[in-house]
Design a protein around this ligand. Structure first.
Ligand code: AGP
Length: 592
């Protein structure tokens, strides 16, 4: 959570460089933002609550700057709590991504020593702690690096910190858990929470590993082991993504763009991922036990993997949410395979689950969209999703990409790889038709009819159950309607008590062995006055609204995802919400 960006170099327009980068990182948290630049012997700061939007910087020219976009953990959404935070002398400006679990113990002696705290944050404590460490560190070229490592070693928790020191004209940073990437360019050097903010300047990056520290100045970057202080050689790699891929490209928002990119993403996977699918299938084949782990939408993809591998390849998969895995993991053994699913590759609960599995001898296969991310780097087999940058907080194309790769893997495992490829191609064609043949507008009309409702349910059976959970998540996280997904068979065990006249219920009814049972559940909802929205290849007299979607056997799950994405989108617009940055959320969950 939170986005960090820093620049030091020849360009005196640093404040604007930092502002543009923060806009790229804003999906990591948008409660407030702030920028500090060096000016003479002091830092000058501008910070504001809320989203950046069309805000402009009002800061002096400078060749060094540091910025932050916040997802609040400690202290309310105020300008006082917005980052950067300064030391008493206004020499240092510090930003932070993470949680300092011992901040109270650190703050007391600092307060007794006369440091004045202006905010409620854990972060401000680090700025004053660093001030103390700097004062205690002898002058010299490595003074800031040494002081930063000393202060960092005193922090407990998962953190990335970055500081601007106007006296040395350097940036320094250190990290453990929260992500940090360095950018190498002709005109300057940068640090950022993820490389989407660096692409405007460079594709040459260095991923900072846990317990490493770094110091940046105009002409060089130096990397250190933060515990020993020993210098280490930075590894520079060239990332695939282009800056243009992170732009709106004429779409009104990223949610619409990324929903519309799904056919092309699926065609790319059908055309080029057979090798990846075969590799993953081979690992599954060799493993005694297979676990699939993910959070949120990635957790729903993990659950979909359970149905796909059972039904297509007759292979059992144990599924766990990343945050619950540590409480389940004792039965992971040395011949286990963990399939860890994550768009960002930075979700701390999934990273820690993978780490716990590895400690017990499991092999880690990761399906990740952000190449080079923490989960990507720790995996034995890293499978890219190939979805391209996903900037809307809601996962859309990264979800259908995961389903497509899992479907191809299940078919490769069953010795029918070609059939898997063909199904993904068919899914791409069907989604393209759905987006262009008027069905999207039909879904908008359904949203117009339903957008004043405060509750909505989604039911599905078998492989449609994970899709029901995902459909409900899409609706609730963007429209704030309280939507719940259920296994169709659970209705009579309590849920149906929530149905009252007018309650909308999305019914996922593909023409497979679940059809009759899910329709009888739907009719029971209808009997209590529920309003049925059927997502099904065929109309049914019970449907108040019908969204026709082709029946593609095991690929039906893929084509059943976009209708709920589109419904959620229009419900959000009709209720006046930002589809790209829903309240209280962030694109990558790096704190617990
Ligand atoms: C989905 O729309 C949400 N953004 C959220 O549930 C997300 O799927 C979850 O936080 C996992 O993120 P990851 O795929 O980056 O690990």
């Amino acid at each position: 959570m939170c986005g960090i960006f820093g620049y030091v170099g020849r360009d005196q327009g640093t404040a604007d460089i930092v502002l543009r980068a923060l806009k790229k990182l804003e999906y990591r948290g948008y409660d407030s933002w702030g920028i500090a630049v060096g000016h003479g012997d002091q830092v000058v700061v501008q910070k504001q609550t809320g989203k950046i939007g069309e805000a402009a910087v009002d800061l002096p020219a400078s060749g060094i700057g540091l910025g932050h976009t916040r997802w609040a953990t400690h202290g309310g959404v105020t300008t006082y709590n917005a980052h950067p935070h300064l030391d008493c002398s206004r020499r240092l400006a510090l930003v932070h991504n993470g949680i300092v679990s011992n901040y109270r113990e650190l703050r007391e002696p600092l307060a007794r020593a006369g440091h004045r705290f202006l905010s409620e944050t854990d972060t401000e404590v680090i700025a004053h702690l660093l001030e103390e460490c700097l004062a205690a560190t002898p002058a010299g070229p490595d003074r800031l690096a040494t002081a930063t490592m000393t202060a960092f070693r005193r922090l407990q928790g998962l953190n990335a910190i970055a500081v601007l020191d106007v006296h040395t004209g350097q940036l320094a940073a250190a990290k453990s858990g929260s992500p940090l990437v360095l950018g190498w360019s002709e005109h300057g050097h940068m640090l950022a929470s993820d490389y989407s903010a660096l692409l405007e300047h460079t594709r040459r990056v260095t991923f900072v590993e846990d317990r490493q520290a770094v110091v940046l100045c105009g002409d060089t970057i130096r990397l250190f082991d933060a515990d020993s202080g020993r210098e280490v050689a930075p590894r520079i790699i060239e990332v695939e993504w282009e800056a243009a891929a992170t732009e709106l490209s004429g779409y009104p928002d990223f949610m619409t763009k990324e929903i519309h990119e799904q056919p092309a993403v699926l065609r790319r996977i059908a055309g080029g991922w057979e090798g990846h699918a075969r590799q993953l299938a081979a690992l599954i084949h060799e493993a005694r036990d297979v676990f699939a782990v993910g959070c949120g939408t990635a957790g729903h993809a993990a659950l979909a993997a359970q149905y796909l591998l059972a039904r297509v390849a007759g292979r059992r998969v144990t599924v766990a949410s990343g945050s619950e895995f540590p409480y389940l993991g004792d039965f992971v053994g040395d011949r286990a395979l963990m399939i860890a699913l994550s768009q960002s590759g930075e979700t701390i609960d999934v990273i820690e689950a993978a780490r716990a599995g590895r400690e017990r001898g499991a092999r880690i296969a990761a399906l990740v969209n952000v190449e080079g991310s923490s989960l990507w780097r720790m995996a034995d087999l890293a499978v890219p999703l190939g979805a391209g940058p996903e900037r809307c907080v809601l996962a859309t194309k990264s979800f259908t990409a995961k389903l497509a790769i899992l479907l191809m893997t299940a078919h490769a495992l069953a010795g029918r790889a070609d059939a898997g490829v063909a199904l993904v191609r068919d899914a791409a064609d069907e989604i393209e038709r759905l987006l262009t043949d008027g069905r999207r507008d039909a879904i908008r009309q359904i949203a117009e009819a339903l957008h004043r409702r405060e509750h909505l349910f989604v039911i599905g059976r078998g492989p449609s159950y994970p899709m029901a959970l995902e459909a409900a998540l899409k609706v609730k996280e963007v429209s704030y309607i309280h939507a719940e997904g259920f296994a169709g068979g659970d209705l009579k065990h309590g849920v149906i008590a929530l149905i009252e006249p007018g309650t909308p219920c999305l019914v996922l009814a593909p023409r497979d062995e679940t059809y009759d049972d899910i329709m009888s559940g739907a009719l029971q909802v209808k009997a209590r006055g529920g309003v049925l929205i059927g997502v099904s290849p065929e109309p049914h007299e019970a449907f108040d609204y019908h969204i026709p979607v082709a029946d593609l056997g095991p690929a039906t799950a893929i084509v059943n995802a976009p209708p709920a994405q589109i419904l959620g989108y229009y419900l959000a617009l009709l209720r006046g919400h930002d589809p790209d940055k829903p309240r209280n959320l962030a694109k990558s969950v790096t704190v617990k």
